[in-house]
Design a protein around this ligand. Structure first.
Ligand SMILES: [Cu+2]
Length: 250
């Protein structure tokens, strides 16, 4: 875990060079000229069962191909969304925006404060314990996330502020839209592992048979019927103090 204030991503360069090396070797070693690339697309549809037991499209769910699943396969590791700039999770209107972000391990994320009040950014998640301190409007702090896993990001002042950062072991990922659909592009052909995560539905692990040059579909049904948005602790692991006149002094 490295804390880097006011720096922008070296990650961008890293991803660009990965992309360049993929572009330089289409189809992998020994592929005949004009051959269909040995990759296909996966159209993933994620639904989550609500507390009323009815399935709804899971918006902002994250789907990805674990790096180990496609290691050493031709065309592997093509990033579906090369990062043009460091991802940002802003403090805005006493909320984190966006609420859910996914990044490959090693990515630097910016945490700008766009509000006219002070905010804090911290996490007690294993593998990503950090505290960026209290900072004012217009200021930003950055953090590099090296350990794959779910990072729960909070503000020590405002208990309603919560963001989820999914640090992925892999470079091929996508996030679903409001319709619960996401497309993983350039996935190596054959049977590959797929993982997914949704705030209410939790973790998913499965496989998909990818056909070269084609789009296959994968339906993921998650059960979020027992989901409860439980209160979290402050950065000291204690309950937030009850709201009072002082709560909005920042
Ligand atoms: Cu705050």
């Amino acid at each position: 875990m490295r804390q880097e204030s006011f720096t922008l991503g070296t990650r961008v360069v890293a991803l660009a060079s990965i992309l360049a090396s993929i572009l330089a070797s289409p189809g992998g070693q020994g592929a005949p000229q004009g051959a269909v690339p040995a990759t296909g697309d996966v159209r993933v549809s994620v639904t989550v069962l609500g507390s009323d037991r009815r399935p709804l499209p899971a918006a902002q769910a994250v789907v990805w191909i674990p790096a180990a699943a496609v290691k050493a396969r031709p065309g592997a590791a093509a990033p579906t969304a090369p990062l043009a700039s460091a991802p940002r999770i802003a403090s805005k209107s006493k909320r984190f925006d966006p609420r859910i972000t996914a990044v490959p391990a090693g990515t630097t994320v910016e945490f700008p404060n766009l509000d006219r009040i002070f905010h804090n950014v911290f996490s007690l998640s294993p593998g990503a314990r950090f505290d960026l301190g209290l900072y004012r409007n217009g200021a930003s702090r950055a953090m590099t996330f090296d350990t794959p896993g779910l990072v729960r990001v909070y503000c020590n002042i405002h208990p309603q502020m919560a963001a989820y950062l999914l640090v992925i072991d892999g470079t091929n990922w996508a996030q679903t839209g409001a319709d619960g659909i996401a497309v993983l592009a350039h996935v190596p052909a054959g049977r590959v592992d797929v993982r997914a995560w949704d705030e209410k539905g939790g973790d998913y692990q499965g496989t998909v048979d990818v056909a070269a040059g084609k789009t296959v579909t994968l339906a993921i049904a998650l059960d979020g019927s027992n989901f409860k948005d439980a209160p979290h602790t402050n950065k000291y692991g204690k309950k937030y103090p009850p709201p009072d006149d002082d709560a909005n002094r920042y």
